[in-house]
Design a protein around this ligand. Sequence first.
Ligand code: G3P
Length: 219
Amino acid sequence: MKFFIDTANLKQIEEAQSLGVLDGVTTNPSLMAKEGITGNNNILKHYVDICNLVDGDVSAEVIATDYAGIIREGEQLASLHPQIVVKVPMIKDGVKAIRYFHENGIKTNCTLVFSAGQALLAAKAGATYVSPFIGRLDDVSTDGLQLIEDIRTIYDNYGYETEILAASIRHNMHVIECAKLGADVMTGPLSVILSLLNHPLTDIGLAKFLADHQKASKS
Ligand code: G3P
């Protein structure tokens, strides 16, 4: 399973990268705004800064919602750096644009996916990644993990190569369940990635090993 970090915060991206388990980054307009990045040039520069910190794919989202605008913005984003993946919303013009990008060798991440039908359309259009938002589905009392399972079944039935990028991950059980269901990628905040480290028995065990070593070295 690939691990992406879902943030535009350079410090957090650096910290995740330094762990040695990071495969990429996802951003969205809300995450960029959270970092106070405004103005087209600053936004474009920030994407390049992110690409220079990590080795893998970096999703950069278009703001346009019409076909011509999505193509224009997507081509500009893709020309910034070879690691850029153009993030396109699941709307009619978005699906058309994903097909165009696919035919022109530009990687895409189809975002704001909340149903198996949307995921099927994204795969048929040739999306590189599809991003089902499982946490936001859970928020409205709908089983986000069931969607991951349904998409996995559909993609496997037909051999679609689109990677399932489980997004809107809120806690470490989301990661584990997505891994069990065969999601190709998970994207989550640094806190969720780090939470995978934790187990009280590890802490207790390590404290005992160190104490025993200390005792033995005194005797
Ligand atoms: O980047 C898209 C997705 O991961 C957003 O997550 O927590 O805002 O629902 P969240």
